[in-house]
Design a protein around this ligand. Structure first.
Ligand SMILES: [Zn+2]
Length: 49
């Protein structure tokens, strides 16, 4: 079973956050703004970019 990464994403406009699991096809859009959310932080333990 492939390991999936939990990634926190954030809407750059309204700052709404969500957790998604990579790999995925594409980042979801903000429910409120309808714009593409961006990766805020990689939550994998001990690894920083
Ligand atoms: Zn938004």
């Amino acid at each position: 079973m492939p390991k999936r990464e939990a990634v926190e994403i954030m809407c750059p406009k309204c700052k709404r956050t969500a957790i998604v699991y990579f790999p995925m096809e594409e980042l979801p859009k903000c429910d409120g703004c309808g714009i593409r959310m961006v990766i805020r932080e990689l939550l994998r333990e001990g690894k920083s970019y």
